[in-house]
Design a protein around this ligand. Structure first.
Ligand code: ADP
Ligand code: MG
Length: 238
């Protein structure tokens, strides 16, 4: 669980500003979805949060502590990517335990954490397989399992379902929503898919061209969009 605050966060790449003064508060245990067209800055905002990119200006606070100067490993976050980024030569168990091994956790702790996460994700029978022997949905679950074993305060998901077929996407949406309820952790989820945003979010952050256009619950955005862009994007007339 964690609260997050972004204060006037900006990011430039080579003199071009791609995030323009983002302000945002995220509550404990919220499922927050960043949504907007391709190139609007969703991944960049997530990478700024995780520490994979440095801010050009502004501040990020997690649970009241300023973290924007801390390295990724000290922010208590775990990121799940669209590409899964699994280690192909390692088994599911090894993929899921790798970060814990690097952190020098005991063998017992590693076993316990991996088995608990595998149980949640229905991977128990697959722990000895290599990624190439898994379906797309199973690979995605392993990527999520690698995040769960680290007990992060916050999960960051960057378009985690976009490589899956439509049917599996629907199933994984439900699974992720269940996971959120089970783990009671703050989750930030990036997508360009309005349906995902509307069905999964407690709170939606609509972005366009590096600006946050509106923040609100799905119904609030649907009923009271602040402008034509949000109305068009979320799907009700302004
Ligand atoms: P989204 O995830 O919403 O599709 P991104 O955050 O990936 O958007 O990109 C936002 C903008 O920042 C785009 O114009 C993109 O080209 C630019 N951008 C992202 N990463 C870099 C980078 N490493 N160097 C230069 N420009 C970048
Ligand atoms: Mg992106």
């Amino acid at each position: 669980m964690a609260t997050i605050e972004l204060r006037d966060v900006t990011k430039d790449f080579g003199g071009v500003q791609v995030i323009h003064g983002a302000n945002l508060s995220i509550e404990d245990n919220e499922f927050v979805v960043f949504v907007g067209p391709s190139g609007c800055g969703k991944s960049t905002l997530l990478r700024l949060l995780s520490g994979l990119e440095e801010l050009s200006s502004g501040e990020i606070h997690i649970d009241g502590e300023r973290v924007d100067h801390l390295p990724p490993a000290r922010r208590g976050l775990a990121m799940v990517f669209q590409s899964y980024a699994l280690y192909p030569h390692m088994t599911v168990f090894q993929n899921m335990s790798y970060a814990l091994k690097v952190a020098k956790k005991s063998k017992q702790e590693i076993e316990a954490k991996v088995h608990a996460a595998a149980e949640i994700l229905q991977l128990t029978e697959l722990l000895d397989r290599k990624p190439k022997a898994l379906s797309g949905g199973q690979r995605q679950r392993v990527a999520i399992g690698r995040a769960i074993v680290r007990d992060p305060k916050v999960f960051l998901f960057d378009e985690p379902l976009s490589n899956l077929d439509a049917k599996l996407r629907v199933q994984m949406r439900i699974e992720l929503t269940n996971l959120h309820q089970q783990l009671q952790s703050t989750m930030i989820y990036v997508t360009h898919d309005q349906v995902e945003a509307m069905t999964m979010a407690d709170k939606i952050v609509v972005m366009r061209n590096g600006h946050i256009e509106q923040v609100g619950a799905p119904l609030e955005l649907f009923n009271k969009p602040v402008n034509k862009f949000v109305a068009g994007f979320i799907g009700s007339p302004a």
